[in-house]
Design a protein around this ligand. Structure first.
Ligand code: TUI
Length: 314
């Protein structure tokens, strides 16, 4: 059994929290991860408040274990979603793609445990000052919107200044990654890409197939020019986007090119026009499994590695 401060704080069995994957992580996936002993998250993405409320109720109907909501701060619906999570008194909120400080007071007043994603030391200091209960240090190996730094260098530097529990993310898909996260000073791992292969993950079968077939070099980051680099599988769409980014296309046209592409991947499995977000760990995802089995397997692999670490020292 792995011991972790975060497990005690959140009342979960395993030190694994699920990534808040927009369009992917609905109430059903979140409930499966939570029922499996981790912390499931509903990914609010760009969805309106009503959808988030509905998914909170779906998750609550499927499990009595704690779960949370991930709020994507660039969403046009961010204000109403921020209110919905407070009204519904969800146990945990994670945030991404920005600074959540302005919402912190109302979330804390609702008794919510708030865990922002931080891509840097400066953002860590900012959100901790604003009241963050823990932080997720997410390296650029992760899927979707990515920061500059890798997990290996980001996590220890965040740990040095955080003063609250740190969750490592980016490139973690098995027990070796979880053990390494502990070694870097984290007390849990956030895992996204591996859960794309969960039975309870409702993405289009072709999306799952592409993840299972991915190699070590299967992903690419695009969108740097627009200020929000996004990691996805190399595909006809991401290659075309990459080319357009280095052409004389205007920022507005480039931005428009990306609209709706994630939904096309998730719902239609449209390989030509879809954006198949995935982390660099896609090459480590080998089979479709129940979420609970994924969690158990990762922790059972990490345990002997951590126990055996003494063998390195005389
Ligand atoms: O947010 C994510 N991953 C995401 S969000 C997303 S939807 C999207 N699509 C297109 C463009 C942008 C978003 C798909 N995947 N991960 C967490 C994360 N947060 N990664 C990086 C950050 C981050 C970046 C800047 C957090 C804070 C931050 O602060 C900057 C500032 O000064 O506000």
């Amino acid at each position: 059994m792995l011991k972790s401060k975060l497990c005690q704080l959140l009342g979960i069995e395993y030190p694994i929290i699920q990534g808040g994957m927009a369009h992917v992580a609905d109430g059903k996936l979140a409930a499966a991860v939570s029922a499996g002993g981790g912390l499931g998250l509903i990914g609010a993405g760009n969805a309106p408040g009503d959808w988030v409320r509905e998914q909170i109720r779906v998750a609550a109907s499927l499990t009595d274990k704690p779960f949370g909501v991930n709020i994507m701060l660039l969403s046009p619906f961010v204000k109403e979603v921020a209110q919905v999570v407070a009204e519904e008194k969800v146990r945990v909120v994670t945030t991404g793609a920005g600074n959540p400080s302005r919402y912190m007071e109302s979330w804390k007043a609702a008794g919510i445990f708030v865990i922002p994603v931080v891509p840097s030391v400066s953002m860590t200091k900012l959100v901790v000052r604003a009241g963050a209960d823990a932080v997720i240090a997410e390296g650029g190996e992760s899927g979707g919107h990515v920061g500059e730094l890798t997990t290996m260098v980001l996590v220890p530097q965040v740990c040095d200044v955080a003063g609250v529990p740190v969750i490592a993310a980016g490139g973690i898909a098995d027990g070796r990654g979880l053990a390494a996260a502990f070694m870097l000073g984290a007390c849990a791992a956030q895992i996204g890409t591996r859960f794309l292969s969960a039975y309870e993950c409702g993405i289009h079968p072709l999306y799952k197939e592409k993840i299972l077939a991915a190699t070590d070099i299967a992903t690419i980051t695009t969108g740097k020019r627009l200020g929000h680099p996004v990691r996805s599988l190399k595909s006809p769409f991401s290659r075309a986007f990459y080319k357009a980014e280095y052409s004389d296309m205007s920022d507005e046209d480039l931005e428009a090119m990306g609209v709706g592409a994630l939904a096309l991947a998730v719902r239609e499995g449209d390989w030509q026009r879809g954006s198949f977000l995935a982390g660099q760990s896609a090459g480590m995802v080998k089979k479709e499994q129940p979420a609970a089995e994924i969690i158990r397997e990762i922790c059972e692999e990490a345990e002997p590695l951590l126990k055996g670490a003494g063998a390195w020292v005389e």
